[in-house]
Design a protein around this ligand. Structure first.
Ligand SMILES: [Zn+2]
Length: 301
């Protein structure tokens, strides 16, 4: 089982914040990690894929930790915990957001809707207040849906970023990994980097050659800043098509991770499934990792 996390927040993060799900604070993450450690043996992604290739099945007793989007703050918070618990992790990082230069397009919307910089936002002529969690979530869902429908989510977000710029202090919370952190990951026996494209586009909305460019630029930058090869890739947002699989091969990745495989390839290594974790609740993690049957069996005991 390969687990997929995104943002981990500091413990003092207020409840009104969220990120495409419930906030996972550092203490909740630590609890989940300890719970997982009692039930699974953690392997690095490299080791796990080796086991999978040799046995042609996913070994149920193994777990792998992956984080997507390469947030500087998530790495800074989790790295000491992972080192203490001796748990390896792979960080699938974008590169447009490195060193806090830009926010990724959907990350900008996360921050706009949850950080309460603006009391309301105007979307398609409709004014939506950002005062409650429910309203913020409504605005966020609408923005993400419209971004996807626009067929150029990055340009769509850029228009909003011009109208509703975010202060430095807010942007810092969502900034991408720093060059220093990339070098630290490169020098660590426990951590590794994975490719996740330069700017996190919807891969199925861009041409094969654009997909190849997004992947190779990202791979080259990550390899040169970390000093290590980056052999694995994760499809941004779990979205991909047949061209994406061809691009992954062309760019030289050895395997690609999805969330839910679409079975577009006959090779298991092109569409490796992952279990995404969006809640701090242990019972939900239990459902996702052990399955419903075992959950209820355990519940009766
Ligand atoms: Zn992503």
């Amino acid at each position: 089982m390969i687990l997929l996390y995104h943002l981990i927040f500091p413990d003092d993060t207020p409840a009104c914040n969220w990120n495409a799900g419930k906030i996972i604070r550092l203490s909740a993450f630590r609890r989940q990690l300890r719970w997982l450690k009692k039930r699974f043996a953690f392997l690095s992604l490299e080791e796990y894929l080796q086991v999978w290739k040799e046995t042609k099945s996913q070994k149920k007793r193994y777990a792998v930790l992956t984080f997507d989007d390469g947030y500087a703050r998530t790495f800074a918070l989790t790295a000491p915990v992972l080192q203490e618990e001796k748990v390896p992790a792979t960080f699938f990082a974008n590169t447009r957001n490195l060193d806090g230069k830009h926010l990724l397009w959907f990350v900008y919307f996360n921050a706009l809707c949850s950080e309460q910089v603006y009391p309301r936002v105007k979307i398609n002529g409709l004014t939506i207040p950002l005062d409650t969690e429910k309203n913020s979530l409504f605005a966020w869902r609408m923005l993400i849906r419209l971004a996807r429908a626009s067929t150029d989510a990055r340009a769509f977000a850029e228009e909003y970023a011009q109208k509703y710029p975010l202060p430095e202090k807010t942007r810092e919370k969502y900034a991408g990994l720093t060059s220093k952190q990339l070098a630290e990951i490169g020098g660590s026996p426990l951590f590794s980097l994975g490719g996740h494209t330069h700017s996190h586009p919807y891969l199925d909305q861009i041409s094969f050659s654009e997909q190849t460019k997004e992947m190779s630029l990202n791979k080259n930058v990550l390899e040169s800043l970390s000093g290590k090869p980056v052999p694995f890739f994760a499809y941004p947002g779990g979205v991909y098509n047949k061209d994406s699989i061809d691009a992954v091969h062309q760019v030289g990745f050895r395997a690609a991770l999805a969330v839910s495989p679409k079975f577009l390839s006959s090779d298991l290594m092109d569409e490796i499934p992952r279990t995404d974790v969006y809640s701090p609740a242990i019972w939900k993690l239990q459902l996702k990792t052990l399955g419903v049957v075992r959950f209820f069996r355990k519940g009766r005991m």
